[in-house]
Design a protein around this ligand. Structure first.
Ligand code: FAD
Length: 462
């Protein structure tokens, strides 16, 4: 038996970051991970592999659609799917090994196996019980199922199966028009798969700015994705390696079927809590089955903390990381802090979509007066030069004080551009502060400044 100041359960972006911060703050730390490799969902079957495939297929798209226009006359590349998967696996490996290196560097013990908490202050891994003054649960999430849909990870797959299909399917049905479904749908659409996205709601990417939703759906349609909206999937059936998806249209209850080689179920994720003995420990849960925590990320059991996808809030790697750092700081007697009002959300399609803070809808609901500064990438020289003029930046500021309340971007580099607004929001900046900041030319970020100008006297290039 070993004794630690902190044992973290789970080595995803929440867990590994918490472990590193604990160690940096002088706490004797171990991290339990049941997977073969560190890094959790994000590095193994989430953010990183999906971005590798998005990158590779975006290169293909550029070659097929834009090279000729730029005077690049080589034949468009053919796809070696096996090699593309190898590239994706190597990307995973360098990243997961990187965490192993960081654990060694920070003298964090990796306790290999599945952990449980038999009592406060104790963590069991295999047959061994370790003592821990503090425990951080960072067990993450897993794909949520859908009644009537049986996943076999071959024909009917979750995102995990979709990242390693044996071959590129001819036809794919994606159930759910959320971030994961649209990113992976884009990957396969670029590889020539006929994609049909079946979504229960009437708009894609729930919660996003409606103008962004509409523009994004239009762009995805142009890229070949088909959409069936307002459709409730009833069941999937698999025979001889082919799938049939049955759905009902909500507007008239009419019943329909689509056939596909592969069905991707991307209807959300649920917290991983099984097997850790949390019930017996008396840990309180939320109504939605997440671990309930207070403002210091402590559960109802003293000395047991929880962070990341297993607690409330957006299921995002950077939200988990921030909570990991904050919980470590609280444990070491410092003041951990996460500003939940400034957590960006990014969709890594082409173009990218990014948002932070309030939307017009949330402000209307709150009865708050606001103004909108909007700027199209058609007025941005750099974007036009790289065939990326479609899209816009929409900055929302308080009508009276001009303080920035939110930003929604669809366009080139949106996932990076959003951070300028995040920093501005953290500092309580006004739209005018952004508008008065010199932005290098020609950059996409000029569009953010122009949107800020549009909140005041007006943009220059529109
Ligand atoms: P996880 O990353 O889920 O890690 C939890 C770890 O705990 C796992 O490795 C698990 O094996 C381990 N574990 C669980 N129980 C135990 C136990 N009892 N004992 C030992 N180990 C245990 N987010 C973004 O911000 N950007 C993206 O681009 C993005 N892309 C995504 C793409 C896909 C396809 C998917 C599925 C997700 C994506 N996400 C993305 C979401 C992101 O992966 C998660 O929000 C993030 O991984 C959550 O981190 P976490 O530390 O809470 O948990």
């Amino acid at each position: 038996m070993s004794s630690y100041d902190v044992i973290v359960i789970g080595s995803g972006p929440g867990g590994y970051v918490a472990a590193i911060r604990c160690a940096q703050l002088g706490l004797k730390t171990a991290c339990v991970e049941g997977r073969e490799t560190l890094g959790g969902t994000c590095l193994n079957v989430g953010c990183i592999p999906s971005k590798a495939l998005l990158h590779a297929t975006h290169m293909l798209h550029e070659a097929e659609h834009n090279f000729e226009e730029m005077g690049l006359k080589a034949k468009a590349p053919t796809v070696d799917w096996k090699q593309m998967l190898t590239y994706k696996d190597k990307t995973i490996e360098t990243n997961t090994k990187g965490i192993e290196f960081l654990f060694k560097k920070n003298k964090i013990d990796w306790l290999k196996g599945w952990g449980s908490v038999p009592e406060a202050g104790k963590v069991k891994v295999g047959d061994e019980v370790h003592e821990a003054k503090n425990i951080i649960i960072a067990s993450g999430s897993e794909p949520a199922g859908l009644p009537g849909v049986e996943v076999d990870e071959k024909t009917v797959v979750t995102s995990t199966g979709a990242l390693e299909l044996g071959k590129i399917p001819k036809k794919m049905v994606v159930i759910g028009a959320g971030v994961i479904g649209l990113e992976l749908g884009s990957v396969y659409a670029r590889l020539g798969t006929e994609i049909t996205v079946v979504e229960y709601l009437d708009a894609i990417t729930p919660g996003m700015d409606p103008e962004v939703q509409k523009t994004f759906q239009r762009m995805l349609k142009k890229q070949g994705l088909n959409f069936v909206m307002g459709a409730a999937v009833q069941k999937t059936e698999v025979a001889k390696g082919k799938a049939k998806v049955s759905y009902k249209l909500r507007k008239d209850d009419s019943e329909h079927e689509i056939e596909a080689d592969t069905v991707l179920v991307a209807t959300g994720r649920k917290p991983v809590i099984k097997g850790m003995g949390l019930d017996d420990l008396g840990i309180k849960m939320t109504e939605r089955g997440q671990i309930a925590v207070n403002e210091h990320w402590e559960t109802s059991v003293k000395g047991v903390y929880a962070i990341g996808d297993v607690i409330e809030g957006p299921m995002l790697a950077h939200k988990a990381e921030d909570e990991g750092m904050a919980a470590a700081e609280v444990i070491s007697g410092k003041h951990g802090h996460v500003n939940y009002g400034v957590i960006p959300g990014v969709i890594y399609t082409h173009p990218e979509v990014a948002s932070v803070g309030e939307t017009e809808a949330t402000l209307k609901d709150a009865g708050r007066e606001y103004k909108v500064g909007k700027f199209s990438f058609m007025g941005n020289a750099r974007a036009k030069a790289v065939f990326a003029g479609d899209g816009f930046v929409k900055l929302i500021a308080d009508k009276e004080t001009d303080r920035i309340l939110g930003c929604h971007i669809i366009g080139p580099g949106a996932g990076d551009l959003i951070h300028e607004v995040c920093v501005a929001m953290e500092f309580g900046a006004s739209a005018q502060d952004l508008a008065m900041t010199c932005h290098a030319h020609p950059t996409y970020s000029e569009a953010v400044r122009e949107a800020a100008l549009a909140c005041g006297d007006g943009p220059i290039h529109m």
